[in-house]
Design a protein around this ligand. Structure first.
Ligand code: FES
Length: 78
């Protein structure tokens, strides 16, 4: 199954941490050779900026996403 990760690229989420989160996800995918299993997309602002940075993994919205949180969720997709 292919997993979908959508990263909000709106200016608020981007400034609040999604710039680093995106870099981290791309590095994680490369290092773990998960290119065939995980697809990464940029998303538009979902109007939940105050809870950002927001990342959607397989239709679940995660708020206040940190690298620690991402590591935890990415491990589950392995
Ligand atoms: S910028 Fe991400 S929800 Fe608005």
């Amino acid at each position: 199954m292919t997993n979908e990760i959508k990263i909000c690229m709106g200016s608020s989420c981007f400034a609040r941490g999604n710039e680093q989160n995106l870099e981290f996800i791309e590095k994680y995918i490369k290092e773990n050779k998960l290119e065939a299993k995980i697809e990464v997309f940029g998303a538009r602002c979902e109007n939940i900026c105050e809870k950002g940075p927001n990342v959607i993994i397989n239709d679940t919205i995660y708020n206040n996403v940190t690298i620690e949180k991402l590591t935890e969720e990415l491990r589950k997709l392995n």
